[in-house]
Ligand binder design. Structure first.
Ligand SMILES: [Mg+2]
Length: 350
């Protein structure tokens, strides 16, 4: 298995976890069991169009990746480019896909051209409101005090593009664009760091332990570090999934979403179906915990552990694969980068 498969695994795995959890995002564990049986939801729900639908988590992760590559394109053209500015601009385009036409985002990149991305899939209020302000939030100058998991659910692409030290900072910056509480942005840094570490050969547990050391250097890190440590301890315990996850929380906030996902990924390793089932069948934010678990497992074990039938039915599968390849090709680029990511060309909305 080549490194490219880990990149594809990370984005496809995340999207599949998101799609698995999306139909049950707002259901309690009891409600899920009543509807899907004792084991809860264990298979993708296929929509009328024949696809398993992704939600805002995957949409925003794709736009994170687009912003990163747009920034790299500018750098290659000899222009000064701050990656978080380009990611902020990309999130403006995501806002546009949600039907919000009041702001005029920079119309570039290639994602806008995919009509399947122009769908509202329960977007988070904090993301919508903070982007609507037109101001880029930063961790040094936050414009809210939100620690919702909307910050962390979209930062995995930073871990695929940057080396782990830089990935942490970039993950923090990208999450802080909309989420100003340390437990909103530090998990974003931690996830990007963990993905970068896993891609370079670490196990998931090792990456989580390393991430705790990095998190603890930051102000406001107590909650995130404590939840991540708890997730490792619980993965080693005899506790069943329902009890373990309930001890961590429901995943609506950043530190809990990262910790629930880390717990599921460590406990079930390469058993992708079991890990994802555990990550979504609980009282909380199923699509985000599914997405992050899928990111971690895909980055560690690659596309081959993901069931083929799940990949086949996944909405936007080809866009996800191409985006993963663009991040993988970060040192060389591909001939069509200029058309898809360069300024001045690339969108029907120009
Ligand atoms: Mg969602």
């Amino acid at each position: 298995m080549g490194e490219r498969d880990l990149y594809r695994g990370c984005l496809l795995g995340g999207a599949i976890g998101d799609a698995l959890g999306y139909p049950i995002e707002f259901m309690s564990r009891d409600m899920i069991q009543k509807k899907y049986g004792k084991d809860g939801i264990t298979d993708l729900v296929v929509s009328k169009g024949g696809k398993a639908l992704i939600s805002d988590d995957t949409q925003m992760a794709l736009f994170t990746a687009e912003g990163i590559v747009c920034s790299e394109m500018l750098r290659r053209q000899g222009k000064v480019s701050e990656p978080s500015d380009e990611v902020f601009s990309a999130y403006g385009r995501w806002l546009f896909t949600q039907g919000e036409k009041r702001l005029k985002p920079e119309m570039k990149g290639w994602l806008l051209d995919h009509v399947d991305l122009h769908n509202k899939r329960a977007p988070g209020n904090t993301c919508l409101q903070s982007l609507l302000s037109g101001i880029k939030g930063t961790w040094q100058s936050p414009h809210n005090w939100s620690k919702g998991c909307g910050g962390v659910m979209r930062t995995a692409p930073a871990g695929l593009f940057y080396e782990k030290g830089e990935a942490f900072l970039k993950g923090v910056e990208f999450a802080a664009i909309t989420h100003g509480h340390p437990s909103g942005y530090l998990p974003g840094g931690a996830l990007a760091f963990m993905i970068a570490s896993i891609i370079s050969g670490s196990g998931i547990r090792e990456a989580a332990e390393e991430a705790i050391d990095v998190i603890e250097l930051w102000d406001g890190s107590l909650e995130t570090a404590a939840k991540l440590r708890l997730s490792i301890d619980l993965a080693d315990s005899k506790s069943n999934d329902a009890d373990a996850i309930a001890k961590i929380g429901e995943g609506w906030v950043g530190e809990e979403a990262l910790a629930i996902s880390t717990y599921c990924a460590i406990r079930y390793g390469s058993d992708f179906r079991k890990a994802l089932a555990a990550s979504v069948n609980h009282d909380g934010d199923s699509d985000s915990t599914g997405a992050i678990t899928g990111n971690l497992l895909g980055a560690r074990y690659g596309v081959e552990v993901i069931p083929d039938d799940w990949i086949d039915t996944l909405e936007l599968k080809d866009v996800l694969i191409r985006t993963a390849d663009d991040l993988y090709d970060r040192y060389i680029g591909t001939p069509d980068w200029k058309i898809r990511y360069g300024t001045g060309k690339g969108s029907v909305y120009l």
